[in-house]
Design a protein around this ligand. Sequence first.
Ligand SMILES: CC(C)(COP(=O)(O)OP(=O)(O)OC[C@H]1O[C@@H](n2cnc3c(N)ncnc32)[C@H](O)[C@@H]1OP(=O)(O)O)[C@@H](O)C(=O)NCCC(=O)NCCS
Length: 385
Amino acid sequence: MAQTEEKTKKQTDNRGLAGQVIGETSVCAVNQSQLMYRGYEIADLAEHATFEEVAHLLLIGHKPAPEELSSFKSELVSMRAIPDSVKDVIIQIANNSPQTHPMGVLRTAVSLLSHLCPVCEDNNADADLKKSMQLLAKIPTCIGVHQMALDGKTPVDPDPNLDHAANLLWCMSGEVPHESEAKVMDVSLVLYAEHDFNASTFTSRVIASTNSDLHSCVCGGIGALKGNLHGGANEAAMEMLQEIMTAVESGSTAEEFMQNAFETKKKLMGFGHRVYKNGDHRAGILRSWGLKYANEAHPEAIKWFDLGDEVQAIMLRDKNIHPNVDFPCGMTYFAMGIPVPQYTPIFVAARITGWCAHIMEQHQNNRIIRPLAHYAGEELRNWND
Ligand SMILES: CC(C)(COP(=O)(O)OP(=O)(O)OC[C@H]1O[C@@H](n2cnc3c(N)ncnc32)[C@H](O)[C@@H]1OP(=O)(O)O)[C@@H](O)C(=O)NCCC(=O)NCCS
């Protein structure tokens, strides 16, 4: 085999670090048959744990006793407010640049918060935990201020009587959510909280490994999550379903849309996964919660689940590719009336826990992450030739 061909083959085999184990973690295990947060299986957590309990599990490292949970929750509530200067910038972006994607706004908000954080540059365990909790508490407030400003409303203060999920919905709309709505949001946050070395967590860990600060790691994580091959897929999946629905309502069919996508090698958003080749453990759980909610509260939204089922069946029949968690997430948040561009920021409101758990793990047992690249460029040559 010629030298260049061999080089290219080596690089192709390794593209996207597929199948490579590149480090160790005690936070989460992801494999074909299981997803576990610190030893607890995801279906168990979705059924029995609240998001705050999961946040405690991930950040502090164990399932909270009732009194631990109560003080953890009170501390989070006390941290929810954001400085006026940060609020003002978010409102200005909404007013002057309403087309800016909310993930960009959130990245800016986290960066601004870092300048006002007295322990920003301190990477010791206590400071990292404090910063993690501050961001966990403040992110729903930032998302809410932005959405309210986009809607031309005055942002509301976080409500100390509401849990994380319900408070997020309150901040985004100024309306106290119904219990069933808050529950579906809570379950979705549990499902989104953590997922080992996915692209955004890996990004955060790479930044942490240089001894950079937690806020910088989170800004990097937000940037990585924004893309539609990762967290941005929940928005992209819903936009794709809307496109298919428009086609169907104009006399075409989902089948026609799908066959056209296959022929043109267009990716179907919300399908496929790097690790789960036989299905994403989280997808079925969220679909049933979303459908239950639609049945009870918004029967007019059931058509999205029906269309989703049709698309899912065609994808399985023709490509043997399963939906991932972002597929039912799109329909579920749509049924709840959440604006599509806020789906990925909501993902951040959950994944902040996983990112921070990994950043702390990296800071506490660090070696800089610096892999090698296989060089596939020109052979050595002289500048004057
Ligand atoms: C998630 C994703 C990035 C994983 O990428 P990956 O691990 O490199 O993908 P795979 O190696 O499993 O792909 C195998 C084959 O299935 C195809 N495939 C995978 N996901 C697909 C999708 N959503 N739509 C159409 N085809 C898809 C690939 O194009 C590839 O085909 P090829 O062999 O003809 O090139 C990919 O499935 C994807 O882009 N999905 C859509 C975006 C999404 O939902 N992201 C959220 C992930 S939780």
